[in-house]
Design a protein around this ligand. Structure first.
Ligand code: GDP
Length: 492
C-alpha cells in the first residue's frame, strides 16, 4: 500500500528529511510527502536496522478495534436476522444542473415530512418515503450534492452510497463533471439512475442526453441497456415520484440491501460540527444494528454517550435503524465526515479507543509540522552547511525540449547549499550508456517524451539508477524542485 515518508518518519521517530536524503543516496528521488511503496519502506528500514512491517491506517485501526474484541463492517447473527434496509443515495452531476434544487424538491415533496408536519432541517442526510407497487418504501439521501463528498468518504475507505443519481440538465447535456461523476460511481461499483433535469425548459432535449450517455456506456433501459433514465423538473416538481420509484427498482434489481437491526449499531459520520448551544453534534448514518439513546459510542477520535438523537425534522428519536440518519448529541468532539462510529460496551472503552485514535491523528499532524519547521531552520542556518549536488542527465525527444528543460531547471532557486548540475544531455532514447554514466556519477536520468532503449531499464534497476519520465515540462520542474528542497540538510 505504501505511505508517505513523512508518515513513516513519524512512526519510527526520525526526521523525514533524513529519509529523503537516505533514499537519495540509495538512488531514489522522492519528496517527503510523496507516497513510496512498501519495498522502499522496507529498504529504508534495513538501512536503519529496523524490521519494517507495513501496516495501513485501516489495518492499524482494525487491530485497535480487535484488541477490544470489536470489528467494524460486518453484520452479525444469522441470515434470518437480516431485514431490508433503504438504499442510500448520493446526487451527483455537473455544476448548475440542479443537484441542490433536486435535493430540496425531494425533501419538500416527501410524505414523511408532511406527516411530521415540520420543515426539514439540514442535518447532512434525510429519509423520504416513496410508493412503489402499493408499498411504502424509504430512501435515504445524502444531503451534500456533488462527488467531492462521495470521493472524500471513499478516500477514508468508507462507502456510504448504494446508488448514485446522476443529474444532467436537458438544456445543457453531458458536461465534464457529468463524466467525472459517472466515472466515480463506476469506480465505486455504484449503480446509477439518471435524472434528466430541467425538462420544463423549452430548449430541453432529453433524447440528446440519452444519446450522449450511451456513448459513455450508460445505456437507457428503453434502448436495451440497464440504466433507468427519468425526465424530471426539480423546479416544477415534475416526475419526482417516478425518480424515487426508479431508485427503489434499481436497488431491488441490482443490490441486496439487507442489514441486521438486532445488534449494536455501526455506521458512518456524514457531517459534524460544534454547535454553540448543544456542543459537538454529529449526523451519523446507521449501517447495521440499531443506535439508541444511552449507547456508548466512539466516532473517529470522538467518544461519548448518546444523550439525544434528532431526525431531519428536528424531532427527538429514541432509536435509529439501518440506513437511518440521525443527529447525535453527547460526543466530546466533532469527528470528520467519513469516519466510522461504533457502539461499544461502556464509556470507558469508548474513551480508550478514542484516545488512541486521537493520539494517532495528533502524531500525524505533528509530523507534518515538524518537517516544515526543520526546513525553515535549515534556511536560517544555511551558510554553515556543506553543499550538496543533484546530478542530472537529460534526454528529450527534440533538442528544443531538452534546452527548454535545462533552461527552466537552471532557474530553480533553492539557495546555495544545494545545487543542481546537468552532467549530460541529449536527444533520443535513454541508452545503457546514459545509465552507465548516471551510475558512475550518482545521477538521476530525466526522460522527456522518450522511452528507454534495449536493456537500459534492466540495467538501471540493477545499478539503482532512477529514471523519471515526463511529458510536461512544468511537472518535471516542479518535482525536481520539490526533491531539491527535500534534500536540504535536516537540522538535528
Ligand atoms: P447545482 O449546482 O447542480 O446544485 O444546481 P442548482 O440546484 O443550484 O441549480 C442551478 C440553477 O438551475 C438554479 O438557478 C436553479 O433554480 C435552476 N434549476 C434547477 N433545476 C431546474 C429545473 O428543473 N428547471 C429549471 N428551469 N431550472 C432549474
Amino acid at each position: 500500500r505504501g505511505a508517505s515518508l513523512t508518515d513513516f518518519a513519524e512512526k519510527i521517530g526520525v526526521d523525514a528529511a533524513a529519509l529523503v536524503q537516505m533514499l537519495f543516496s540509495l538512488g531514489e528521488m522522492v519528496t517527503a510527502t510523496e507516497s513510496v511503496n512498501d519495498e522502499t519502506l522496507e529498504l529504508l528500514g534495513e538501512e536503519l536496522n529496523y524490521v519494517v512491517e507495513v501496516v495501513s491506517p485501516e489495518d492499524e485501526d482494525r487491530e485497535l478495534l480487535e484488541s477490544f474484541d470489536l470489528e467494524f463492517g460486518e453484520d452479525e447473527g444469522d441470515e434470518s436476522d437480516l431485514a431490508i434496509r433503504p438504499p442510500v443515495v448520493t446526487v451527483m452531476g455537473h455544476v448548475d444542473h440542479g443537484k441542490t434544487k433536486l435535493l430540496d424538491a425531494l425533501r419538500k415533496a416527501n410524505v414523511v415530512a408532511k406527516e411530521a408536519g415540520g420543515i426539514t432541517q439540514h442535518i447532512g442526510a434525510y429519509q423520504v418515503a416513496a410508493e412503489v407497487d402499493g408499498d411504502e418504501r424509504r430512501i435515504t439521501f445524502i444531503d451534500t450534492p456533488g462527488h467531492e463528498a462521495f470521493t472524500a468518504m471513499r478516500a477514508r475507505g468508507a462507502q456510504a452510497t448504494d446508488i448514485a443519481i446522476l443529474v444532467v440538465a436537458a438544456d445543457d447535456g453531458v458536461m465534464p463533471q457529468t463524466v467525472e461523476a459517472l466515472n466515480h460511481a463506476k469506480a465505486a461499483n455504484v449503480p446509477i439512475v439518471v435524472a434528466v433535469n430541467k425538462i420544463d425548459k423549452p430548449e430541453a432535449d432529453p433524447t440528446k442526453v440519452r444519446g450522449q450517455l450511451t456513448e459513455y456506456g450508460l445505456v437507457p433501459e428503453e434502448y436495451g441497456g440497464d440504466a433507468m433514465f427519468v425526465d424530471v423538473s426539480a423546479k416544477s416538481e415534475l416526475n419526482l415520484d417516478k425518480l424515487l420509484e426508479a431508485v427503489v427498482l434499481t436497488a431491488d434489481a441490482s443490490l441486496d440491501l439487507r442489514a441486521n437491526p438486532h445488534q449494536d449499531a455501526q455506521g458512518l459520520v456524514v457531517e459534524a460540527h460544534l454547535d454553540r448551544g448543544r456542543g459537538p453534534v454529529a449526523t451519523v448514518l446507521v449501517q447495521r444494528g440499531t443506535l439508541r439513546v444511552g449507547d456508548s459510542i466512539v466516532a473517529g477520535p470522538a467518544h461519548g454517550r448518546v444523550r439525544a438523537m434528532l431526525d431531519e425534522h428536528g424531532d427527538n428519536i429514541e432509536a435509529a435503524d439501518p440506513s437511518r440518519p440521525a443527529m447525535v448529541l453527547g460526543l466530546n468532539a466533532a469527528p470528520s465526515a467519513g469516519q466510522n462510529f461504533i457502539v461499544v460496551e461502556d464509556d470507558r472503552m469508548a474513551r480508550q479507543i478514542a484516545e488512541k485514535r486521537e493520539a494517532r491523528e495528533r502524531a500525524a499532524m505533528q509530523a507534518k509540522r515538524r518537517v516544515r519547521r526543520s526546513l525553515e531552520d535549515f534556511m536560517a542556518s544555511m551558510e554553515k552547511g556543506e553543499s550538496q549536488q543533484l546530478n542530472l542527465i537529460l534526454k528529450g525527444d527534440v533538442s528544443g525540449s531538452v534546452e527548454a528543460l535545462e533552461d527552466a531547471l537552471s532557474q530553480i532557486d533553492v539557495g546555495e547549499e544545494v545545487s543542481l548540475r546537468v552532467i549530460d544531455r541529449g536527444v533520443g532514447a535513454i541508452t545503457e550508456t546514459n545509465v552507465d554514466l548516471a551510475a558512475a556519477s550518482d545521477a538521476i536520468i530525466i526522460g522527456f517524451n522518450v522511452r528507454p532503449q534495449g536493456k537500459a531499464t534492466e540495467m538501471a534497476d540493477r545499478e539503482g539508477v532512477e529514471i523519471r519520465y515526463y511529458t510536461v515540462i512544468y511537472q518535471a520542474i516542479e518535482e525536481i524542485e520539490a526533491a531539491l528542497k527535500g534534500m536540504l540538510k535536516p537540522v538535528y
